[in-house]
Design a protein around this ligand. Structure first.
Ligand code: 4AD
Ligand code: MG
Length: 470
């Protein structure tokens, strides 16, 4: 359908061509001798209107009531100019085959239903306009992400998810444990692991088993999966060139907010021979690139979001692409907030702030940041940066890394971290170079690009406290 209706002429150039379409019925309405079926195949937001007379092959299935909203059908016919005002072309049907029936208990009927309700039907919700559009924009953002980094000479690497090393204090780790997939019972050893509230669980090789355990347990009561520790691993590949990862991340933080998930995707580039300014420039160029990609390539879906989800989003995103982002030192930002003398609640909904554009805050106090961030000359702050965006707050967190062996060792000592267990990280100081990187929460990016306000609605199967049922 995207191919037929997506062109500048909205399909008029194809009038007279024959076409076969497979998809799902959105609506069906019959007038005396003609039946209209709106069919959608997931390729785009638009439906294709199919017009059918009783002489069409397979028409008896329409008469017998087999063609209801949600049914899958295959139709063949000819593209004709439409008499209607809503579309330029429609399909004059010669033949219809009902592939899979649907009855009136189908939960995704034409009427509007709440997004909360649809979260309980996560397996069916991509069939709605909103979630179909989100899925396509999410896909475009993922594609544009690889495109941006590949075109910029980065090498994609995979970092491991299971680790016995302590992370950067970003939320609790899950324990890794085993469950017997075919039953819902745990093994003795996994019960031990569940009961062991220690931070590091036992390692297992079969990751699917681990994920399975999330589906049947209240995993916040009983930590079930080891948390991701990716940041430092990518340093191992660092001498390859500039690198990036793009994959799932796990955090057992029990934050029931519209911006946190227990399982989310992160994009993490790491740049060699680079400082914090290079890092911020890369983050800015990346964000502008992927936003522009979506504006250029997902026009119909973006217009849908602009109309139904977040008025004016297209205009605001265009400004993100075109205008520079504001940069502020952490200390200056705090001063501004104090001067404003207002109570700020997070996330800040005021789109007027910083004229609705992203702002980068840099040079955070070292006490609130991870050990590996590079100490600034003042001895108090580190070369860290966060990119904050309207409506969502933190989209990106990154830093220049400490490349000086003696400063790094002193910092580990200061934080009473065990140098022995960081032996490999310290090894990377052989032929050390200035380097920097950042992490971007992919679901928050999808929220930013679509205007969807809850993070649970931009990932197909959200995992958060109390929701891992599917
Ligand atoms: O700021 P964070 O914790 O930074 C890191 O993890 C660094 N290791 C990244 C790096 O330097 N390579 O997380 C990075 C981003 C956040 O800015 C946020 O967008 C997202 O990941 N994020 C989450 N998204 C959804 N749910 C959660 N629970 C998230 N926690 C972080
Ligand atoms: Mg952060």
């Amino acid at each position: 359908i995207a191919e037929v209706k997506g062109g500048a002429d909205q399909g008029l150039g194809r009038v007279g061509q024959s076409l076969s379409i497979m998809g799902w019925v959105r609506t069906l309405r019959s007038q005396s001798s003609v039946t209209f079926i709106e069919i959608n195949d997931g390729s785009c937001l638009s439906n294709l209107q199919c017009v059918m007379n009783p002489d069409a092959e397979g028409y008896h299935q329409v008469e017998s009531g087999s063609v209801l909203t949600g049914a899958s059908i295959s139709v063949q016919g000819t593209i004709v100019a439409s008499q209607g005002t809503k579309q330029k072309v429609e399909l004059k049907v010669d033949k219809i085959i009902v592939v899979g029936k649907c009855d009136s208990s189908y939960p995704i009927q034409k009427k509007r239903v709440s997004r909360e309700f649809l979260r309980t039907k996560a397996h069916l919700r991509p069939r709605t306009n909103t979630f179909g559009a989100v899925a396509r924009v999410r896909n475009a953002l993922a594609y544009a992400t690889h495109k941006f980094f590949q075109e910029s000479g980065f090498v994609w690497v995979a970092s491991p998810i299971i680790t016995a090393s302590d992370c950067e204090g970003a939320g609790e780790q899950f324990c890794v444990t085993t469950l017997i997939p075919s039953s819902h019972e745990t093994t003795d050893s996994s019960i031990d692991a569940f009961q062991n509230k220690g931070r590091v669980g036992r390692l297992v090789s079969d990751f699917m088993v681990v994920l399975y355990s999330l589906t049947s347990q209240d995993f916040f009561g009983k930590p079930a999966l080891d948390s991701l520790w990716a940041t430092q691993w990518r340093n191992l590949c660092h001498r390859l060139s500039d690198v990036y990862t793009f994959g799932p991340t796990f955090r057992a933080e029990n934050s029931n907010t519209s911006r946190h998930l227990a399982e989310f995707w992160m994009i993490e580039p790491e740049l060699a021979f680079a400082d914090l300014n290079d890092d911020m420039a890369c983050a800015t160029a990346y964000l502008q690139y992927v936003v522009k990609y979506v504006l250029d390539n997902c026009k119909e879906d973006m217009e849908f979001f602009d109309t139904w989800i977040d008025k004016g989003i297209i205009h605001r995103l265009s400004e993100v692409v075109e205008k520079e982002f504001l940069q502020l030192g952490y200390t200056d930002a705090i001063e501004l907030l104090l001067k404003a003398n207002k109570k700020f609640e997070f996330p800040v909904h005021n789109r007027g702030g910083f004229r609705g554009r992203p702002v980068i805050i840099r040079d955070y106090p070292k006490e609130i940041k991870a050990f590996y961030m590079r100490e600034n000359d003042d001895g108090k702050t580190v070369a860290a940066m966060d990119m904050l965006v309207p409506r969502i707050g933190e989209l990106i967190g990154g830093s220049q890394r400490e490349e000086r062996l003696e400063v790094l060792e002193a910092r580990l000592d200061e934080l009473k971290l065990d140098k022995e267990s960081y032996w490999w990280y310290l090894d990377l100081r052989y032929g050390s170079v200035p380097h920097a990187g950042f992490g971007l929460g992919f679901e928050r990016l999808v929220q930013f690009a679509t205007g969807i306000d809850n993070i649970r609605d931009v990932i197909p199967f959200p995992r958060s406290p109390g929701s891992a049922d599917f």
